[in-house]
Design a protein around this ligand. Structure first.
Ligand SMILES: Cc1ncc(COP(=O)(O)O)c(C=O)c1O
Length: 380
């Protein structure tokens, strides 16, 4: 006989979308208009609204954040023979999109405090083949953009931002997305602004915007069905853009909610030994997309133990990313596989010890208190 496990009384999801603006109204408007595919006014309005929010000239919407990175690389003509510096600690797409573009990802370790690419480690990785730096704003905290831009200028490199996790974050008063040749966003369901699935590249460069639009749409040229290069179908639909636009209208409210959740966790966790909390470095606005913690030895339990115990108590968590140098797909086992092995101590420590807690915009103070109570109960 199977034992029926009792479900915990409370369920605290790691994240859930909040659609409390004009999403439904805009979506139905798009639906009723018949513009349900990738043409239609909401795509333009969404692009314009998000570019304006980022303080840049152009927005080119696409089907997801992964496609946005691929498009940005291609629009900047990065390809075979080129190297792109990426953080060792990131989602797999940082490496896989560089690889898909035909270039070689080169890993750089991250900062122990912000978990973003460490500018002090960039110089040693630059070679005559380096073409770009991919700066990933990790879990809502902006990268240290001034030294990255300085280094890029000095060595003639492009800068690409991956701001998938940092909508509304600011560095020295300016929004992320405004520090690069092309900045990529994801609007997946767990992102601060969401379309369900969606993405965008924003840029101040008219030449890059033009190429992004071309490549997004199969590289259809001026003569129909005559193609001068390989493009993609990375289009976003008017329906998705309608939801996205309604969300953009609430960006300040959404990021303030995230910051309030983080402040509450900070307060509740401040005396728990062995729990390292996220930071906000001077001059930065962290939007705490997800509230990550790093468990030190003093806590007395491993990440895996804590995640399993919290799951039993109805609290959903996620592990931090596993660094690129530890990904089986990049173990160089045969000539077709990239070899990204090497030592990246900070990234490895984060991957081994880091997890993030429920961080959805709709998380109540009462549920947060419950989450922290459970964590405190596990400390030995
Ligand atoms: C840092 C980062 N880059 C890129 C992506 C890819 O975005 P998408 O899932 O929309 O393809 C994500 C998230 O999902 C992400 O967290």
């Amino acid at each position: 006989m199977h034992q029926v496990l009792e479900k915990p009384k409370r369920q605290v999801p790691v994240c859930a979308p909040v659609l409390d603006g004009r999403e439904r109204e805009y979506l139905l408007d798009a639906f009723d208009s018949g513009w349900i595919s990738s043409g239609g006014p909401y795509v333009d309005r969404f692009e314009q609204a998000w570019a304006a929010h980022c303080g840049v000239e152009h927005g080119v919407a696409c089907c997801n954040g992964t496609a946005a990175i691929h498009l940005a690389l291609k629009a900047l003509n990065i390809g075979p023979g080129d190297e792109v510096l990426i953080p060792a600690f990131s989602l797999i797409v940082s490496a896989s999109m560089v690889h898909l573009a035909g270039a070689r990802p080169v890993l750089v370790d991250v900062r122990p405090d912000t978990w973003c690419i460490d500018p002090r480690r960039i110089r040693e990785k630059i070679t005559s083949r380096t073409r770009a730096i991919l700066a990933v704003h990790m879990y809502g905290h902006p990268c240290d953009m001034t030294p990255i831009q300085t280094m890029a200028r000095k060595h003639g490199l492009s800068v690409i931002e991956d701001a998938a996790e940092a909508h509304g974050a600011r560095y020295q008063g300016k929004p992320v997305g405004s520090f690069s040749d092309a900045a990529c966003f994801s609007f997946y369901g767990n992102k601060i602004i969401t379309c369900g699935e969606g993405g965008m590249v924003v840029t101040d460069r008219a030449d890059v915007a033009e190429r992004l639009r071309l490549l997004r749409n199969q590289a259809f040229g001026s003569v129909r069905f005559v193609h001068e290069e390989v493009g993609f179908n990375y289009r976003l639909t008017n329906l998705q853009a309608a939801i996205g636009l309604a969300q953009v209208e609430l960006i300040e409210q959404k990021t303030e909610r995230k910051r309030r959740i983080a402040a509450r966790y900070d307060e509740l966790l401040k005396d728990v030994e062995g729990v390292r909390r996220p930071v906000e470095t001077p001059g930065c606005r962290n939007v705490y997309w997800m509230y990550g913690i790093v468990l030190e030895d003093a806590f007395g339990r491993t990440k895996e133990e804590v995640m399993a115990a919290l799951a039993e108590r109805g609290v959903e968590t996620r592990s931090f990313f596993i660094p690129m140098n530890q990904q089986p797909v990049f173990d160089g086992r045969d000539p077709h596989r990239l070899d990204l092995r090497g030592r990246y101590p900070v990234s490895e420590e984060l991957g081994a010890r880091g997890l993030y807690l429920p961080s959805g915009e709709g998380l109540t103070a009462e549920k947060q208190a419950y989450v922290v109570e459970q964590i405190k109960g596990l400390s030995v």
